[in-house]
Ligand binder design. Structure first.
Ligand SMILES: Cc1cc2nc3c(=O)[nH]c(=O)nc-3n(C[C@H](O)[C@H](O)[C@H](O)COP(=O)(O)OP(=O)(O)OC[C@H]3O[C@@H](n4cnc5c(N)ncnc54)[C@H](O)[C@@H]3O)c2cc1C
Length: 313
């Protein structure tokens, strides 16, 4: 069977795309490694998604999943390994072929990629243990919890500096820790932070461990310039050392940013391959949030619908 649309991923972008596509009566399939993406793994409550003052990630995903069922969306749990669009002689037109890890092959007229990605972890001792207990990968989401506290931002690039600037609205003091012997943020960001009296920059810092009891209490790093171990007392650690979009499986079909994010048209979320759309955190974009991912998913699905109307004519 040739689907109208295959959606890859079932985080907020994929779920939203699926709801919109189902309501347009598209014959669609969702293929995803899991249900819920990053939200399902979130350790602390979500407080910035409209409709809920506070909701846990797993509970929000249960609601998303129920809405997929109400809309009778078919979901297959599998990993997509490759997407191609060869000419199909039986159809007399190119058709998307989607190959998965379980060895299945699916066909579709359009594809929406919503595979998100993951923040790069530090791989320091205690990091995993304290996720949601002081360790965060999302200042926009968790920053307000750290009001009047001392925190560390790990990463001295633009993301780290912008995170520090955002946190300075709430926290008492911020250490920015940079692995290299100088920070990598651009001059403008450096100037802004230099005028921010809450921030202290520590370079040549290799984070070794994060410690605490029920919550984070301190961070120990190696001062590589002085060849010494040092400990700072912090109640929060924000990790800003990069993000890995899950986009390798479409590498020949789309354009990428320098961070391997998919570049799309900002109105239709179309890529350079006609019929292939992308939405959410896998896309180039600064504000990676549940609500923005869901919005992009809806727009990509509607754009896929418009595209189908044109090609079916
Ligand atoms: C710790 C943390 C806390 C956060 N807190 C908040 C918050 O409070 N509020 C907020 O708005 N945002 C928060 N965010 C950000 C938010 O979770 C993301 O912006 C959002 O989940 C992005 O949605 P998405 O659908 O684009 O991608 P994702 O949620 O990453 O979903 C991607 C989906 O694609 C699937 N997938 C990936 N590769 C493949 C493949 N090859 N084949 C099949 N399936 C695949 C994954 O399994 C997953 O289902 C947080 C993020 C983190 C990491």
């Amino acid at each position: 069977m040739i689907y109208d649309l295959i959606i890859i991923g079932s985080g907020p972008a994929g779920v939203s795309a699926a709801i919109y596509a189902a309501r347009q009566k598209l014959n669609l399939l969702v293929i995803s490694k899991d249900m819920g993406g990053q939200v399902a793994k979130k350790a602390v409550d979500i407080e910035n998604y409209p409709g809920f003052d506070k909701i846990s990630g797993p509970n929000l995903i249960k609601i998303f999943e129920a809405q997929l069922q109400t809309n009778k969306v078919e979901v297959v749990f599998d990993e997509v390994l490759k997407v191609e669009k060869p000419f199909d002689s039986a159809q007399g037109a190119p058709i998307f072929k989607v190959a998965t890890a379980l060895g299945d092959n699916y066909e579709a007229l359009t594809v929406v990629v919503t595979t998100g990605g993951d923040p790069r972890p530090l791989k320091a001792e205690g990091e995993k243990e304290f996720i949601g207990k002081g360790v965060s990968y999302c200042a926009l989401c968790d920053g307000p919890i750290f009001r009047d506290k001392t925190v560390a931002v790990v990463g001295g690039g633009n993301s780290g500096f912008e995170t520090a600037l955002f946190l300075s609205n709430y926290v008492k003091k911020i250490y920015i820790l940079e692995y290299g012997n100088k920070v990598k943020a651009d001059e403008e960001n450096q100037k802004i932070i230099a005028n921010n009296n809450k921030t202290e920059i520590i370079t040549s810092a290799k984070v070794l461990k994060i410690e605490g009891d029920t919550l984070v209490k301190s961070l120990t790093y190696e001062d590589m310039a002085a060849n010494q171990q040092k400990t700072i007392e912090v109640e929060g650690v924000f990790v800003e050392i990069g993000y890995s979009p899950a986009t390798a499986f479409i590498k020949d079909m789309v354009d990428f940013s320098e961070r391997d994010e998919i570049i799309t048209d900002l109105e239709t979320y179309s890529t350079r391959t006609s019929g292939l759309f992308a939405a959410g955190d896998c896309n180039k974009g600064k504000y990676k949030q549940i609500v923005t991912a869901a919005g992009e998913g809806a727009k990509a699905a509607l754009a896929a619908y418009d595209y189908l109307l044109k090609i079916k004519k």
